[in-house]
Design a protein around this ligand. Structure first.
Ligand SMILES: Nc1ncnc2c1ncn2[C@@H]1O[C@H](COP(=O)(O)OP(=O)(O)OP(=O)(O)O)[C@@H](O)[C@H]1O
Ligand SMILES: [Mg+2]
Length: 517
């Protein structure tokens, strides 16, 4: 066997070509073994990866050829003294042993000899001056041209080092990528509660709003959503994201009042490793996470003036720096903000910065309270009952017409959130049963009690009764009895209603007077 320079180059080129395109470790190793076999016989081929920190070795993949007992486990193993791998790794030089039997009292060499391997060559794998593994060739009989072969294999080991290093980095990146994908799926899944198809509306007010939402979904302008608590601002923000071209990226919600002021910057802009005590690793902030996606700043007016100023700066410049890092980061996010307070009042009270408001308020969407869009109530009750009873594995209750009329007339101070809670309670209390007005009255009384802090004025029971009677008379155009009469609507006998009307001095004509007011 004689290799001149040209042949050696040819062999190296062939090996490189055979392995270069392989992205799987097994494919690479098989191609390498097959290529080497063309030029010289080899009875065992293996690659070890070395970890300096743990002083350990691990096979890159299953060895090719003869498999000596006890030394082929793919698990991590300590880099033991007296092993060929340790000699090559420590010396950073090839180790060539033409007669292994001389060292057979060493455990792993003894095992090789017993398996019939009599000669071996090991080459350190070095990249950027660091040894990260070793390449081993073993033979049943020592090749006659050992030194010539070792020269060729030294060259081969350099090519192998590049390929193995790339494959290890590729594997690491692929794992990282898979983890990120999993994380992303989890984060997107965490908002499963917000399936766009569950967003119900039928009232002209909401239909008009949804037209605007559909129009602005495609453009990147900031959207400011206002509306009372529980009207669906969160839901609408997610809906907007889901129908926008950014839907395959993250929707990142920032609940502004929930962020501790000391962590505000690190939470929003991220931090570098070691930026402050406890910053053990680099952290990606919410703005960076929202890159190509949407960032939703909820209750932005609750932030301190200083925090609002920082936010404004990011919105103006579209770039920011991680805490403890001077490298500016640019993120391509779509901004949606929301508040359940009146923003103009918040400005007057000095809670919301004027300049920030103008930045956020490019497109304002005001979600009206439920009492101003009665048309949505029956649909919401129907859809939420269907959805929740299915979720709770309970039979859906049936609302009588009178019950629905009463619910339509109720003020719903907690809006859709209150309606959802009410419906859930009804599913628990009346599964598969009829829901009548008196079932509702009890619940609504309770709801009103829980709203004591929100509503400054609570009507007495007598006043509520009076209001209900007046409202029923308006609905029934002053009719007391009969199929379409107020008594039926209020679920009381006609005589009872007449007695109460007399007690409160309510006349059937009230319907006309109230309407005209
Ligand atoms: N149109 C709708 N259809 C179905 N469910 C809705 C609708 N609007 C709101 N909801 C539901 O009502 C609940 C409250 O909505 P959301 O959290 O979006 O309110 P919000 O306006 O953000 O309230 P807050 O100001 O208190 O944060 C949620 O469970 C949401 O899923
Ligand atoms: Mg909200």
């Amino acid at each position: 066997m004689k290799w001149n320079l040209a042949t050696r180059h040819q062999i190296l080129l062939e090996i490189t070509n055979a392995v270069i395109s392989k992205t799987s470790i097994q494919d690479f190793f098989q191609a390498l073994a097959a290529e080497l076999k063309k030029h010289f016989p080899c009875d065992r081929l293996s690659i070890n990866l070395y970890e300096k920190k743990g002083q350990s070795l691990q096979y890159f993949t299953e060895a090719y050829g003869i498999d000596p007992k006890g030394i082929s486990s793919l698990d991590k193993r300590p880099l033991l003294k007296g092993t060929i791998a340790k000699m090559a790794i420590q010396s950073k030089q090839p180790v060539i042993i033409d007669d292994l039997s001389r060292y057979k009292d060493k455990f792993s060499i003894g095992q090789m000899v017993r398996a019939g391997l009599m000669s071996t060559m090991a080459f350190p794998l070095i990249m950027r001056n660091t040894v990260f593994g070793s390449l081993h060739f073993s033979f049943k009989t020592a090749p006659p041209n050992l030194s010539e072969l070792s020269e060729l294999l030294t060259e081969v080991s350099k090519q192998v080092a590049i390929a193995v290093d790339n494959l290890v980095a590729y594997k690491r990146l692929r794992n990282k990528n898979q983890n990120l994908e999993r994380e992303k799926r989890y984060l997107i899944g965490a908002t499963e509660d917000y399936k766009s198809k569950d967003f119900c509306y039928t009232s002209p007010q909401m239909t008009e709003i949804m037209e605007v939402v559909k129009k602005v979904a495609g453009i990147d302008a900031p959207v400011f959503i206002t509306g009372e608590t529980g009207t669906g601002k969160d839901f609408l923000a997610r809906y907007l994201h889901h129908i926008s071209p950014r839907k395959d990226h993250l929707f990142v919600k920032v609940n502004c009042p929930a962020i501790p002021s000391t962590l505000f910057e690190s939470e929003l802009f991220g931090h570098a490793k070691g930026a402050f005590t406890g910053a053990d690793s680099r952290r990606v902030g919410r703005f960076e996470m929202a890159d190509k996606g949407t960032i939703f700043l909820d209750e932005v007016g609750e932030l301190s003036e200083n925090q609002q100023a920082k936010l404004l700066q990011v919105l103006q410049e579209r770039r920011f720096e991680r805490v403890g890092d001077s490298q500016p980061i640019e993120a391509n996010f779509r901004l949606i903000a929301a508040t359940n307070r009146d923003p103009v009042k918040s400005i007057q009270e000095g809670k919301l910065r004027n300049d920030l408001y103008y930045r956020l308020n490019i497109i304002q969407i005001h979600v009206p309270p439920l009492r101003e869009r009665e048309g949505d109530i029956p649909l919401l009750i129907e859809q939420v009952t269907l959805h929740e009873s299915h979720q709770m594995h309970q039979a859906a209750p049936h609302y009588t017409q009178q019950a629905l009329t009463l619910l339509n007339a109720y003020s719903w101070p907690g809006n859709v959130r209150e309606l959802k809670n009410f419906v859930k309670r009804m599913i628990i209390l009346k599964p598969g049963e009829k829901v009548r007005p008196h079932d509702i009255e009890k619940m609504i009384e309770l709801e009103e009690q829980t709203c004591v802090e929100q509503n400054s004025y609570i009507p007495t029971l007598a006043e509520s009764e009076q209001i209900s009677i007046e409202q029923a008379l308006v609905k029934c155009k002053g009719f007391i009895g009969g199929k379409n009469g107020a008594a039926r609507l209020l679920d009381v006998p006609r005589s009872t209603l007449q007695y109460r009307m007399k007690k409160y001095g309510i006349k059937p004509e009230i319907s006309v007077q109230l309407k005209d007011r």
